[in-house]
Design a protein around this ligand. Sequence first.
Ligand code: G3H
Ligand code: 13P
Ligand code: ZN
Length: 314
Amino acid sequence: MKYTELGLVNTRKMFQDAIAGKYAIPAFNIYNMETLMAVLSAARTTHSPVILGISESALKYMGFDMLTGMILGANITQNMQICLHLDHGSSFEICRQAIQNGFSSVMIDASKLPLDNNIQLTKQVVDYAHEYNVCVESELGTLSGIEDETTHGTDSCYTNPSDVERFVKQTGTDSLAIAIGTSHGAFKRTSATQELRFDILSEIAERMPNLPLVLHGASSIPADLVNTINEYGGNLSGALGIPTAQIRRATQMNICKVNVDSDLRLAFTAAVRKNLTENPGNFNPRDFLSAARTSMTDICINEIRNVMGSENKL
Ligand code: G3H
Ligand code: 13P
Ligand code: ZN
């Protein structure tokens, strides 16, 4: 199925507009009907473009057919700009399958490979994807967290700015994820004062002013959500994210896609824990799932409005 049949767009124009306008498009990870509806509701409310991020594990959870069915059912109209994006694709084959199943953008994450192998695999995906007018994101440098299979890691292998030009030229990648100190998950750092490496970001942006850059692991891990989870029986003590001021600063410097997953997971979990605890006699999942959906929508609207700067950018 071609992505245009689902009402989707690729990221080309989104990113050109974002670089010129100094804002970022949010990529929210989705994995079920509630997350999909929350993100689309926020996009409609704020009249803004959004990217739906689908990880390989989310694909294993839903399957391509269920995902495509949900996207069809979501009635994405021409006055929206929605991109369906494979997040952290690990092989040519998964990227090929995503493209054949209606994705308008894929990430090939070969960042763990030596540079020459990363270039080779990324180029193979780019050559294939471009035949279908699908955009490709790739990565240089390694974030801590899921990419090195630790959950509390704080070490990052930062992107080397001097590799970027050659990588982009030889692969033809449409956008590039860089490592400047963010990491995946809810335990990103040990101190709230730690700064992202804006020096590296600014050097990359200076060398390649038209290259759309991507920030993974950019959840802010709102303290009120963590506190609610802890208050209602969870244990996420020590969870700490990236201050929103730092994300906003990055969006002024060619970061035009910002990935957010953990913040929605926190919103979902906090709402479900609170709702179930406060309504011990309730066993109707629609009640607590509605609370979760509303809470995730609020988080998405807040990110779009106050962090990405992408409201009213259709
Ligand atoms: O960057 C990765 C996302 O947070 C996806 O995580 O593989 O558990 O869906 P997941
Ligand atoms: P967070 O864990 O910070 O939400 O990052 C998500 C991400 O980078 C998905 O690719
Ligand atoms: Zn990521």
